[in-house]
Structure formats: C-alpha cells, structure tokens
Design a protein around this ligand. Structure first.
Ligand SMILES: [Zn+2]
Length: 281
C-alpha cells in the first residue's frame, strides 16, 4: 500500500471493537460492551477492524489503470502483498516489453517464458546486458508516470558512454532523451528512480530546451544556461511525487555529483537528509 506513507498496520491498537464488544488485545480481556440502540437502525456499532476494508488502497492513485478495489492485480497466485508496498516492475529482457507487476519496487528483467511460468526469481537487474531496443522500451515505459504530462513526443536514445541528457530536436519537434543503459540496476534501481530521472531530464530539461528555442531561437549553451537549467531541474524533481520513494543510491549519486548545490541549504537538509546523515558518520 504505502511504504510508511500512511498508517496501515494497527498492531498498536490495544483496544479493538469486535461487534458490540470492546476487547483489550494485550490483556486478552473483554473490557466493555457497546449498548446497541435497537430502535435506530443507523446507529449500529461498526467494528474498527471492518472499517479498514471500507477504504480504497492508499497507493491506488499510483496505479490508475487498476481499480482500487482489486487485490494483487487480480492474480493472487502470482502476486502476494504481505506488507502493502508497491509492486515490482517486470520487463521482457529480450524485447523490453512491459510484462507486469509482481512484491518491492525494483525494476526486474526476466524472460517472457519464465514470466509466463511464474518463475519470478529468474531475473536480473542489470541494464548493460540489454539490447538497445529493450533498454529503450523500458526507459520509455516510465515517461507516462511523470507528475505533469510531457507535451512533446519523446524519443529515447540508448548509449554506452554514460551520457544522460535531454535535448530538443526542433525539426522533428520532439524531446530526445539520451540514456546510458548501464545505469539500470545501478543508479536507477526502482520505478521511482526511473520516473524521477524523467522529471529531471525529460520534463524539466526537455521543457527548458523547448522554451529556449521558442523564446530566443537558439540552442543550449552550457556557459550561459547550464546553472539555470540544473537549478530548475533539481528544484523541480525533489518536489515531485516520486522523489520520496527514489532509492538511497539514486539520491547519493546526485549528491556526490554535486546536484544538491543547485538547491537552497534548507532544501538540501530536507530532500537529501538521508545522504547527509550517512555521510556525516
Ligand atoms: Zn541536469
């Protein structure tokens, strides 16, 4: 459900209502009774245990394609939900085609036949063994999940030389994202890392490149535009909904590359606190 975002476990409740009985779960004792008003049909006691099932899944807004009333994506044999966290994303490692979700939020690469047979432990996470086409399809899958819709068409171009950057192709009127496939399974571990990468590169830089072309009819120049572009991108990405769920490695990579310096000190202390705490030790 929510990875700690919402209260979902009620183990701390000491007194629960079961029917019309108040029960202390620590002492194993009935501690009271609710007197029913039998004359008023609307005033019947509702146990607080049943009440938990009367609200939709708090993470449901992250999976708009699924009804909030479904459990385990309608496939409880393949998928279990022991602790209510968001599921894994599985991709066909040959083609990069999205297969489905299955228990943490890591990106997993698996063969279609293992997926079909339910051999979900036969996976890898390393993007460097993917074909460029497969990697392109995987990266492209996450464009749809940015907080705000990206107005231009986006083309993902895979490379092996650690070039992660966005450009605007004004002739084709599209944003081009250059993406190094080996960071899948490295800096980028889970779906939120991938989405947040798109918030920085594809959304923020992409839009800034488009704006520069529209307003000044020129291309990006690092010496003139570099600092402003990064300030915009980092200030934006830390405020999107995927930021809090990005992996520690993702945040540390940004921090070690100095991207934290593009936001204010108080924002650094807010958004990079895990990394700052760990590096202080
Ligand atoms: Zn950037």
């Amino acid at each position: 459900m929510s990875k700690g975002k919402y209260l979902e476990f009620h183990d701390l409740d000491s007194i629960v209502t079961i029917g019309s009985v108040r029960f202390n779960v620590y002492k194993n004792q009935i501690v009271g009774h609710i007197v029913q008003d039998t004359l008023n049909p609307d005033a019947q006691p509702i146990g607080d245990v049943t009440g938990r099932w009367m609200s939709p899944d708090p993470l449901s807004e992250e999976f708009p394609e699924w009804s909030p009333y479904t459990m385990s994506f309608d496939d409880p044999i393949k998928f279990v939900d022991p602790d209510g966290r968001a599921p894994l994303d599985y991709f066909d490692k040959e083609t990069g085609k999205y297969l489905g979700k299955g228990g943490t939020d890591e990106i997993r690469l698996i063969s279609k036949s293992d997926w079909d047979k339910g051999n979900l432990n036969n996976y890898s996470t390393k993007g460097k063994y993917l074909s460029d086409v497969a990697a392109k399809n995987i990266v492209s899958h996450y464009i749809q999940f940015t907080d705000k819709k990206i107005e231009k068409n986006v083309e993902v171009k895979i490379n092996n030389n650690l070039d992660l950057s966005a450009k605007y192709d004004e002739k084709a009127d599209k944003i081009v994202l250059n993406f190094p496939k080996e960071i899948i399974g490295g800096t980028i571990e889970n779906r939120y890392d991938m989405i947040n990468m798109h918030e920085h590169e594809t959304f923020s830089h992409g839009n800034d490149h488009v704006k520069l072309w529209k307003n000044e009819h020129r291309k990006y120049e690092r010496s003139k535009d570099g600092v402003r572009f990064e300030q915009n991108a980092v200030n934006y990405q830390v405020r999107t909904s995927s930021w809090n769920k990005t992996s520690y490695e993702f945040k540390e990579t940004l921090y070690n590359a100095g991207y934290n310096n593009y936001i204010s000190i108080s924002d650094q202390n807010k958004y990079f606190i895990d990394v700052i705490k760990k590096l202080r030790k």
